[in-house]
Design a protein around this ligand. Structure first.
Ligand code: UDX
Length: 455
């Protein structure tokens, strides 16, 4: 179906927080909705829209303003950003909805990122359906909800944290804003403010699938309209039932596709370590050095994504030292890399998208969480899904080279490695089942669509 060709069964406006890790899962969800005959429009900030010049995807895009049209969100002054976006965003989003009202397909529903709770206020003011779309795991958002309610006492003490629906958690398994209380007050405010008006939401959609987070989903669903609709990975990489569905979504970086795939093609099955820390994490110089020498020490092939802003932290002459053993690129097509038969291990920061992508590709992980939700995701990777191991840092917070070497061996060799690979394959199959026709996520999307069309 081409842009604008669909009948107007219903029209959803998607409002993501303007960072790549939030836009992409929402964009991919939008594509699943389109395949079910729903018209979808993505509301992108002007700054994001500029970075989307090369986006040729099938979802329509319209612009709104966050009040920072030139700079966008850069992680600094998050409180100022949030309050200005609330003010300017509410106004420009309302103008957009009014504009679309005069088209043949007015907006029925706002699917908003709960980092922008005002999206729901606007939906209710205009008499529209309001659906929250959580881009992080159910477990993480459940923790944030308990922090919002004051049930998790901050600062955390050393004792185990018991939250219904979750395994017992150590303080270091908690999201960084809670573990290092006061570390990023404006971002802490954003994550807990997600719940300030949540009781007004008609739907709480989560980018996860039922079997993956069964306990916490069932717990939350007792009291709220929770629906797992993920993983929002292009059909091409998962259920393969939607034609031509290999759109990556939006990337702020240009992938070095040819170089990566040619290099991987030359390697043997499950022999390569893939290393990436997503679109935002900034490693300390010492951390980067230890990682580099750990990879060399492992004597395995590695494909390492080092964004150009991080490049200067690499040890001098490292590429020369490792020669054919390693390939360092500034960005890669991660889903293709994870799907490649030569990849046997993923050293990851455990951003939620990377975690879901690894699980859905059946690749075991070495978890090196950096901040935000990543420690909790790492806890699940190791102790709940058992598809990887968390690399422990020393007292200075640095993962040493010997640890990198040991963890990659544990994941890629011997009985432990075999067990993790078996589990990884199991999760890959369950992820596919969830989004395939009649699977748990597919049924939830159908229910959402059906209520929307008949409301
Ligand atoms: C941010 C947060 O850091 C993360 O913790 C949160 O869960 C989501 O928002 P980010 O750090 O970018 O996201 O990590 P992640 O969620 O893993 O997303 C990275 C995305 O970039 C993935 O979809 C991955 O496929 C893609 N990617 C990464 C590439 O396409 N190529 C690369 O070379 C590296």
């Amino acid at each position: 179906m081409e842009k604008g060709e669909e009948d107007c069964k219903a029209h959803c406006l998607i409002l993501p927080f303007p960072i790549q890790g939030h836009i992409n899962p929402m964009l991919q969800f939008a594509r699943r909705l389109r395949h079910k005959g729903i018209k979808v429009t993505l509301a992108a900030t002007k700054h994001v829209f500029k970075s989307m010049q090369e986006y040729s995807g099938s979802v329509s895009v319209e612009t709104i303003s966050d009040g920072f049209d030139e700079t966008g969100f850069n992680g600094e002054s998050a409180d100022e950003y949030s309050s200005r976006f609330r003010q300017v965003g509410t106004q420009t989003l309302e103008e957009l909805i009014q504009k679309l009202k005069s088209s043949c397909c007015p907006v029925d529903c706002i699917i908003y990122d709960p980092f922008l709770p005002w999206g729901l206020d606007l939906a209710k003011k205009l008499g529209l359906v309001g659906a929250a779309f959580f881009t992080q795991s159910c477990a993480v958002d459940h923790i944030y909800y308990h922090a919002y309610k004051g049930d998790v006492k901050l600062p955390l003490s050393d004792s185990e944290i018991l939250i219904p629906g979750l395994p017992p958690l150590k303080p270091s398994d908690m999201p960084s804003f809670l573990y290092v209380h006061g570390s990023y007050p404006p971002l802490f405010d954003i994550v807990v403010s997600q719940f300030q008006n949540i009781e007004k939401a008609d739907w709480l959609l989560f980018n996860t699938f039922h079997k993956l987070e069964e306990e916490v989903i069932d717990w939350m669903a007792k009291s709220s309209p929770v629906k797992a609709i993920g993983p929002t990975i292009p059909s091409m990489y998962l259920d393969k039932r939607l034609e031509d569905d290999r759109e990556y979504g939006l990337s702020f970086y240009k992938p070095m596709t040819g170089v990566c795939m040619e290099w991987l093609d030359k390697r043997e099955s499950e022999s390569v370590i893939y290393v990436s820390f997503g679109s935002m994490a900034q490693l300390r110089m010492e951390e980067m050095e230890e990682l580099a020498w750990g990879l060399k020490m492992s004597n395995k092939y590695f494909l390492w994504v080092v964004r150009s802003s991080e490049e200067s932290k690499l040890p001098k002459d490292f590429a020369k030292e490792t020669g054919e053993k390693g390939l360092i690129v500034s960005w890669c097509p991660q889903l293709d890399v994870l799907a490649h038969k030569s990849v046997g291990c993923f050293i990851t920061h455990c951003g939620w998208n990377s975690t879901l992508e690894a699980l859905s590709s059946g690749v075991p992980m070495v978890a090196m969480p950096q901040w935000t939700d990543q420690s909790t995701n790492a806890k699940y990777v190791m102790d709940v899904w058992k598809t990887g191991i968390r690399a422990q840092s020393d007292k200075n917070g640095i993962v040493r080279r010997e640890t990198i070497d040991r963890c990659t061996r544990q994941v890629m060799e011997g009985e432990t490695g075999e067990e993790m690979r078996k589990n990884a394959t199991k999760w890959k199959e369950l992820a596919r089942e969830a989004v395939d026709e009649g699977g748990s996520s597919d049924r939830n999307i159908d229910e959402f669509v059906s209520k929307l069309v008949h409301s």
